[in-house]
Ligand binder design. Structure first.
Ligand SMILES: C[S@@+](CC[C@H](N)C(=O)[O-])C[C@H]1O[C@@H](n2cnc3c(N)ncnc32)[C@H](O)[C@@H]1O
Length: 301
């Protein structure tokens, strides 16, 4: 069963309790599994938009200043763990140009759905340039070396213990530069570290980056942290030079096989494998475990 504790999680959410902590207890695990992260964030869908105070909030100005020069030479840009796209939207004001092809993925469908309806209202032209899909950062639904610049904003954060798995995937799809806006366990205060431990947050990013083949060019502390116990650092990573992927082709790929995806009858199909993925209210669900095996998808039409 995929979500054996969903009813308990909904109850914990309604009672204002910490959902991840409750699910870790119920599952008897120390770290956040993808299912825990998905449930915890999906239940909170809409909350970032509700609390959004505008693209000029200090956090966005600070990260925009770092991101702008990194994306200047790139064409395709992916925000991994984009959530409700409030940070992506703000970066369209501080870092991105209208020439950029923007992609976002997140493990939570409901947050992307909230993002899409909100982006449509905020800036329809921008919304039409942002391609969104549900995807787990441990199996990103993108082709190898298909994206120029990949960035995150507090998205690796809850994946404590799976730092290397996530970074290997991010590096697999990135051609040039990765910029992670994430907390730094080792630089945090004792109280901050205790909070990160309690929430199952990441640690040891510089070592993990090196182990996965990235070169950490800079680690910059944002001068004015939004959450004092969870200050943001920018980890700017360069990857070894690679050949550019074929221009013009879609970077999306089957998260099970890496194969090309084609739109067919309202689904995205990986013809080579006979796997199809649903598109729910306009949001493709490109998680490995969302695949439907349908090797005869159009054989009997
Ligand atoms: C703290 S929120 C930040 C959202 C957004 N980046 C922002 O700046 O507003 C973390 C986001 O990362 C997503 N996330 C965490 N782990 C993930 C994973 N393994 N795969 C995909 N998304 C993930 C969550 O669903 C959530 O939307």
């Amino acid at each position: 069963m995929k979500h054996p504790h969903i009813i308990e999680a909904v109850k914990a959410y309604r009672e204002g309790r910490n959902i991840s902590e409750r699910l870790r207890e119920l599952l008897g695990v120390e770290t956040n599994t993808p299912e825990i992260i998905e449930i915890a964030y999906d239940l909170q869908a809409g909350s970032y938009i509700e609390n959004f105070t505008g693209p000029n909030a200090l956090y966005y100005r600070q990260i925009g200043e770092i991101l702008a020069p990194l994306v200047a030479g790139g064409q395709t840009i992916l925000d991994v763990g984009t959530g409700e796209c409030t940070t992506l939207y703000s970066m369209s004001r501080h870092a991105f140009s209208t020439d950029h092809q923007l992609y976002g993925c997140d493990i939570s469908w409901s947050r992307l759905r909230a993002a899409r309806t909100w982006l449509d209202r905020q800036d329809a032209a921008l919304s039409s340039r942002v391609k969104l899909a549900v995807g787990d950062m441990m199996a990103l639904p993108f082709q190898d070396k298909s994206i120029d610049v990949v960035w995150t904003s507090h998205a690796l954060e809850p994946n404590g213990g799976r730092e290397r798995e996530a970074l290997r995937e991010i590096f697999r799809v990135t051609r040039k530069t990765v910029c992670l806006f994430e907390p730094s366990y080792e630089d945090n205060s004792p109280e901050g570290r205790a909070r990160m431990d309690k929430h199952g947050y990441i640690r040891g990013l510089p070592e993990a980056i090196a182990d996965c083949g990235g070169a950490l060019r800079e680690k910059i502390r944002l001068p004015n942290p939004t959450v004092a116990l969870n200050p943001t650092y920018a980890f700017v990573i360069e990857l070894p030079a690679t050949e550019a992927a074929e221009a013009g082709s879609s970077p999306f790929a089957c998260p099970n096989t890496g194969g090309v995806l084609e739109y067919k009858d309202g689904f995205l199909a990986c013809a080579a494998a006979g796997l199809v993925y649903p598109i729910l209210k306009g949001i493709p669900v490109l998680r490995a475990d969302a695949a439907i095996l349908a090797t005869s998808f159009d054989r009997f039409d």
